[in-house]
Design a protein around this ligand. Structure first.
Ligand SMILES: *[C@@H]1O[C@H](CO)[C@@H](O)[C@H](O)[C@H]1NC(C)=O
Length: 378
């Protein structure tokens, strides 16, 4: 089976291309990749790689360079190809005929995975995680095959830590601007910072950009205020060079009460945060049908506009709420049902348990971590 580098992630691709060019002057052997347990030899041939199977990710060891220079190659950069073509690079440029390895909702361990997972850059104490810790966390996301992370905000210098590391690992990002009690003034500087980052690093890493998370539901903004802020942020991003999608995230009920949030605003699709736990008529087993129902309600409200689940999940601990009994087993049942019923195309809250949060009145807030559900059975 042959693979070629996709050019969707410009920075990573260029990095690889330049390093591989150096390696090729020594030998055509690019090195070995570690695919879960079995090593696979990759060979470079006119910009194509030959390997025996699709790896989740591979570490290409360059010949003659120390192991510390290993370059992680995410599966999103490897694509099956049928014809002999070369990748786009500064030194060789030609038409690449490739078929992307499609996301099918399962990783190499056979575990169901979402298209995106929430990542929070905080230690249990609430302190900001270091760039090294963030890199190792994101390598774990990459290792379980989840293609994208959701960032709620821009604090902790994450524009320069999370984003730089995500580029290196080939992860996509839904970057949020978190709007709290300070309203728009709390994010204007971060909008500038993100534009500066994008102008340096490119915009391809972003699946989309989210202005506000539950800012209306939390009472921080009126609908009219949020609509006006979204319009302003979007026009600033456009002026800064970002031409991608922009949305906001609210529970479905916000769109029900304020349809103008999708029908009369600058968002490109409706971001929703449905949670079956808060529906007393729901249970772990019906979480999937609950999320689908909420998705359809918002779809009907927002007309032709696309809808995407920007946050859902299920707690593994906390108090019972109607038919919802938090437990590790029920979390697994609920998350699998949501993934299956939503065709795996949702954002799951979250990677790790959030011990930096207050447990909240239901005792659930710390207990949404799901990493174990995607890992190989030990
Ligand atoms: C997920 O949904 C979004 C929004 O509808 C769509 O653009 C995207 O292609 C979907 N991704 C997959 C892997 O199905």
């Amino acid at each position: 089976m042959r693979f070629s580098l996709l050019s969707t992630l410009a920075t990573t691709t260029l990095l690889l291309t330049s390093q591989l060019t150096q390696a090729s002057t020594v030998s055509e052997d690019v090195g070995q990749s570690t695919v879960t347990s079995a090593p696979v030899v990759l060979k470079r041939e006119d910009g194509l790689f030959t390997a025996v199977d699709t790896p989740v990710f591979a570490y290409i060891t360059l010949i003659g360079t120390p192991a510390s220079n290993e370059i992680p190659v995410p599966s999103s950069l490897l694509s099956k190809t049928t014809s002999t073509t070369s990748t786009t690079s500064s030194s060789s440029s030609s038409t690449t005929s490739t078929t992307s390895t499609a996301f099918d909702g399962f990783n190499s361990f056979g575990k169901a995975i979402p298209t995106a997972i929430v990542y929070s850059p905080y230690e249990d104490s609430g302190a900001c995680k270091s760039s090294d810790t963030i890199l190792s966390d994101l390598k774990i996301v990459q290792s379980v095959g989840i293609p994208s992370i959701r960032m709620y905000g821009t604090d902790c210098n994450t524009i320069n830590t999370v984003l730089d590391n995500a580029v290196l690992l080939g992860l996509k990002v839904n970057q949020g601007f978190w709007i709290g009690p300070d309203g728009y003034s709390g994010i204007t500087g971060y909008v500038d910072d993100l534009i500066t980052w994008g102008q340096t690093n490119g915009w391809e890493i972003f699946d989309f950009i989210t202005v506000g998370n539950e800012a209306i539901n939390s009472g921080y903004l009126t609908t009219a205020q949020l609509i006006s802020i979204i319009a302003d942020v979007k026009s600033r991003l456009r002026a800064g060079g970002y031409n991608g999608l922009v949305t906001t995230s609210e529970p479905p009920v916000t769109y029900e009460n304020h349809p103008e949030l999708c029908t009369g605003s600058a968002i490109d699709f409706a971001g929703i945060n449905p949670h079956s736990y808060f529906d007393t008529y729901s249970s772990a087993a019906t979480s999937g049908t609950f999320v689908v129902g909420q998705y359809n309600i918002v779809k009907n409200i927002c007309g032709a506009m696309d809808v995407f689940v920007t946050e859902t999940g299920y707690p593994s601990a906390g108090i019972q709420n109607g038919g919802n009994i938090p437990s590790l087993a029920n979390q697994e049942i609920a998350v699998e049902a949501i993934l299956q019923d939503m065709n795996y195309n949702v954002t799951i809250l979250t990677l790790y348990n959030d011990y930096w949060k207050d447990p909240g009145s239901y005792g659930i807030e710390q207990s949404f971590g799901t990493l174990r559900l995607y890992e190989a059975d030990s």
